[in-house]
Design a protein around this ligand. Structure first.
Ligand code: NAD
Ligand SMILES: N/C(=C/C=C\C=O)C(=O)O
Length: 437
């Protein structure tokens, strides 16, 4: 029996200290399907300790000036930047994403976010009114609700959603919840938080359409739509999973799109030339595959990918959670593949005739997160973008992020928004003060 390699064991980080836990969960390397790490299986006790640490840290941290807190956030960005490669390797290993995506998107975006918010907190203004006839001045101030960085301000508690997640979201001293995840979980969190009237920010799923009109520039549209469909194995809430193509260019688009999809390289995450790595878990891989099986049963066509083309992987990775990017056509709008979020490397391509028709069909799902519109007619992109039920509409591009402006979805894609103004308002309480002079 080969000696088992010492497994990486993570610890919770509470009150500025790394703390062991009584029990642990196995964490799997998505590229091999092997256990590579153990994470704490935390529960109520750990959440209580984290809330206590936060409670103790709050008075000191919340009274620090924006200038001091900005400096701390810039220092965090510096530390992330200095450890970019180590963090990219860790993220790629843990999530199955390619090292290239982790190096060029995930970690740099984290640095950018810290720097951006470190700057924005220095520029907020408040409101003021005067009642001269009463000799009154009114103004607003905002007080932090959450906490920032010194010991106890950031607490990291590992565990499962139902066990440690529920302990956190139902804790009476946790006043607000910023949740990113699926709609079913958001429903559960909303139920648990309701008795405490907690403030909620919910960033949920999407079933994001691409609307490709006959005057689209296919040289740009095809590669960008391949990327928006399959980046990070389709495990991005903003990924395109329904592609509506105007009939007159449908065959040409499909030919180019399938060719480009087949060039989208699936490889081991550490391969810098891979475009796509492994899905997050065995269970998720099987869930994604089940949608393709259902599409086949409904008589849809699978033009490339799962069950059509061959996946070439080294022997050690054949137990990894890999699948090929898959394109489905001849599928009805009523199909679950066109209605439900699959959150995998699967996209459906269907034709449409008119602008009116495609807007109605694009809006016919319960989600409303993101959309892309491809047309060289500037009047059309503005007109269509305004009518789409989506919180984010990219025209002739995808995933260009503007942190100054609201980010988030409508309908079942979430509640509230993130961004400079929206996050500032969410994480603070506003107060109106009247001074009679
Ligand atoms: N809108 C966005 O910005 C955005 C960004 C990324 C992902 N997403 C969405 O997230 C989903 C994929 O992420 P996921 O699979 O981790 O989602 P998930 O809902 O399964 O889990 C999200 C988080 O909630 C925790 N959780 C699970 N059950 C819980 C419970 N009962 N109480 C408290 N916490 C609980 C999980 O441990 C996890 O940390 C997709 O729907 C995707 O679209 C949205
Ligand atoms: N919050 C964001 C999420 C992006 C992709 C999620 O899968 C962001 O871009 O700010």
């Amino acid at each position: 029996m080969a000696a088992s390699r010492a497994l990486l064991t993570l610890e919770n980080f509470i009150g500025g200290k790394f703390l062991p836990c009584n029990s642990y969960l196995d964490s799997y390397d998505p590229s091999t399907g092997e256990v590579y790490c153990r994470v704490p299986d935390s529960g109520k006790e750990e959440i209580e300790a984290a809330v206590e640490a936060a409670r103790a840290a709050f008075p000191g941290w919340s009274s620090r000036s924006p200038q001091e807190r900005s400096q701390v956030l810039h220092q965090l960005a510096d530390l992330l930047e200095q450890s970019l490669e180590e963090l990219a390797q860790a993220e790629s290993k843990d999530q199955g994403k390619t090292i290239t995506l982790a190096r060029t998107m995930d970690i740099p975006r984290s640095v950018q976010n810290f720097r951006f918010f470190a700057s924005s907190i220095l520029h907020h203004t408040s409101e003021c009114t005067q009642m001269d006839h009463l000799g009154c001045l009114h103004y607003t101030v905002r007080a932090p609700v959450g906490i920032g960085v010194p010991a106890g301000v950031v607490n990291i508690v590992f565990g499962t959603g139902p066990r440690v997640g529920e302990a956190l979201v139902s804790h009476p001293e946790v006043p607000l919840i910023s949740f990113t995840g699926s709609q079913p979980t958001a429903e559960r969190i909303t139920q648990l938080s309701a008795p405490h009237c907690k403030k909620l920010s919910l960033e949920l799923g999407g079933k994001n359409p691409a609307l490709i009109f006959e005057d689209a520039n296919l040289e740009e549209c095809v590669p960008t739509t391949v990327r928006s469909s399959f980046a990070n194995q389709g495990e991005i809430c903003l990924c395109t999973s329904r592609i509506f193509v105007q009939k007159s260019i449908y065959n040409e688009f499909l030919k180019r799109f399938v060719e480009a999809t087949r060039m989208w390289k699936v490889g081991i995450p550490s391969d810098p030339s891979a475009n796509m790595g492994a899905l997050i878990s065995k269970a998720h891989l099987e869930k994604v595959r089940s949608y393709i099986k259902r599409a086949r049963m409904e008589g849809a066509q699978i033009l490339c990918g799962e069950g059509v083309d061959k996946l070439n992987l080294p022997p050690r990775n054949q137990t990894g959670y890999f699948m090929l990017p898959t394109v489905i056509t001849d599928i009805k709008d009523e199909s679950c593949c066109m209605k439900e979020e699959i959150f995998g490397p699967v996209t459906c391509v269907v034709p449409f005739d008119s602008e009116e028709e495609v807007i109605q069909r694009a809006n016919s799902v319960k989600y409303g997160l993101a959309a892309t519109v491809w047309s060289s007619n500037v009047g059309r992109v503005h007109r269509v973008a305004k009518r789409l039920q989506a919180g984010l509409v990219w025209t002739n591009c995808w995933l260009i992020r503007e942190l100054n402006l609201p980010f988030g979805g409508m309908k079942s894609s979430g509640v509230g928004r993130e961004g400079v103004k929206d996050s500032y308002e969410f994480f603070t309480e506003i107060k109106t003060i009247t001074v009679k002079h």
